[in-house]
Ligand binder design. Structure first.
Ligand SMILES: NC(=O)c1ccc[n+]([C@@H]2O[C@H](COP(=O)([O-])OP(=O)(O)OC[C@H]3O[C@@H](n4cnc5c(N)ncnc54)[C@H](O)[C@@H]3O)[C@@H](O)[C@H]2O)c1
Ligand SMILES: O=C(O)C[C@H](O)C(=O)O
Length: 308
C-alpha cells in the first residue's frame, strides 16, 4: 500500500504521523512545495520509528510528483489556513488554484487513486476536484464531517460528563461556521437519546460550540487546528485501506440524495476499499431538511465563484 499526503504543514504532517503509527501503508510520500520542508518532516517522523515501533517508510519530497506514482490514496492538505477573524471561505482565492494544480499533478502519476480533500473551504475544494479530476465520484471525498462529528462528541461529553467513545453523534451539511448541522436529536449515549439528559439550553450551547469549533481554536492558537483534523483524516484513510466499512460523515457528490444534486456536502457514508461505497440516509425532520437546503444554497454560492 502506498499513500501520499500533499502539504507537509500542520495538518499534513499530523495526518502522516497518524498513518505511520497505525502502519496503514508500507510507503508514505509527504510532498510540499517548500524546498526541503517535507524531507525534514519525513526524517523527523522516521526518527520516531524505533520508539513507536512502526514499519512504514516515510519519504519527503519537494514537488516531485514522480515519487508519488501509483499511490492508492492521496490526501490533499496543501493551501493556506485561516487566521483569527477569517472565515474558511475567504481562502478560496488562493486555495482553489493550489488544489486544482495539485490534483492535476497527482493524476498524472496515480490516475486511479482515491483523493481525500482537506484544504479549505473544503466543500468547494472537493467540488472543484469532482469537476476537474475526471475520477469516479466514489473516489473523491472531503474531510470535515469526521472532524466536526468528533468536536460534537467532545462538547456532548463535556456536558454529559461521559466518555466521547460512548457517544454516537453526527454532523452533516457543510464544513463552514454557519453551514454545518450537528444532528443533536439523532445523537445517542450508548443508544439512549442524549436529549433525554440535556435541557434545551444545554443542547443549544453544544450545537453552537460545535459549529464554531474551528474558529474557537483558530482564535486560541493563531492558526487553525491540526491534531483532530489529522486524526480524522487518518481515520478515513484507515477505513479505506483496511476496507473497514466504517460509517463516517464525509463530503461527497450528491445526486438526488438528501434532496440535492451537483454539489458536494457532508453526509454519512460507508468507507471501504473503493472509496465511499454507500450514502446512508437519515430520515431528516422537516426543520433539519430545511437547514440542509440552506447550507446547500450557501455552498452553491461559493461553488459559483469557481472558474470551471
Ligand atoms: N477540512 C478540514 O476539516 C480542515 C481542518 C484543518 C485545516 N484545514 C485546511 O487545511 C489546509 C492546511 O492547513 P495547515 O494548518 O496544515 O496549513 P499549513 O500552512 O501548516 O500547511 C500548508 C502546507 O501546504 C504547502 N503548500 C502550499 N501550496 C502548495 C502546493 N502548491 N503544493 C504543495 N504544497 C503546498 C505549504 O508549503 C504548507 O507547508 C488549510 O487550507 C486549512 O484551512 C481543513
Ligand atoms: O477552522 C479552520 O479553518 C480549519 C478547519 O476547517 C477546522 O475546522 O479546524
Amino acid at each position: 500500500m502506498k499513500i501520499t499526503v500533499v502539504g507537509a504543514g500542520a495538518v499534513g504532517a499530523t495526518c502522516a504521523d497518524n498513518i505511520a503509527r497505525r502502519e496503514l501503508a508500507e510507503e508514505l510520500i509527504l510532498l510540499d512545495i517548500k524546498e526541503g520542508f517535507a524531507e525534514g518532516k519525513a526524517i523527523d517522523m522516521m526518527q520516531t520509528a524505533s520508539y513507536l515501533g512502526f514499519d512504514t517508510k516515510i519519504k519527503g519530497v519537494t514537488n516531485d510528483y514522480a515519487a508519488t506514482a501509483d499511490s492508492e490514496v492521496v490526501v490533499i492538505t496543501s493551501g493556506l489556513p485561516r487566521k483569527p477573524g477569517m472565515t474558511r471561505e475567504e481562502l478560496i482565492g488562493t486555495n482553489a488554484g493550489i488544489v486544482k494544480s495539485v490534483t492535476e499533478n497527482i493524476l498524472k502519476y496515480s490516475p486511479n487513486t482515491i483523493i481525500i480533500v482537506v484544504s479549505n473551504p473544503m466543500d468547494t475544494m472537493n467540488y472543484l476536484t469532482l469537476k476537474t479530476s475526471g475520477l469516479p465520484k466514489e473516489r473523491i471525498l472531503g474531510m470535515g464531517g469526521a472532524l466536526d462529528s468528533a468536536r460534537f462528541k467532545y462538547y456532548l461529553s463535556q456536558e454529559l460528563g461521559c466518555s466521547p467513545a460512548d457517544l454516537n453523534a453526527v454532523v452533516i451539511g457543510g464544513h463552514g461556521d454557519t453551514t454545518m448541522i450537528p444532528l443533536i436529536k439523532h445523537a445517542t449515549w450508548n443508544s439512549i437519546p442524549v436529549t433525554k439528559f440535556l435541557s434545551q439550553e444545554q443542547q443549544d450551547k453544544i450545537v453552537a460550540a460545535t459549529m464554531v469549533g474551528g474558529a474557537t481554536l483558530t482564535k486560541l492558537i493563531g492558526t487553525s487546528a491540526w491534531y483532530a483534523p489529522g486524526a480524522g483524516t487518518a481515520a478515513m484513510v484507515e477505513s479505506i485501506v483496511r476496507d473497514e466499512k466504517k460509517l463516517i460523515s464525509c463530503g461527497v457528490a450528491l445526486n438526488g440524495e438528501y434532496g440535492q444534486s451537483d454539489i458536494s456536502l457532508v453526509v454519512p457514508v460507508v468507507l471501504g476499499k473503493n472509496g465511499w461505497e454507500k450514502i446512508v440516509n437519515f430520515d431528516l425532520s422537516e426543520a433539519e431538511q430545511a437547514e440542509f437546503n440552506k447550507s446547500a444554497d450557501a455552498v452553491r454560492n461559493m461553488n459559483n465563484v469557481l472558474e470551471l
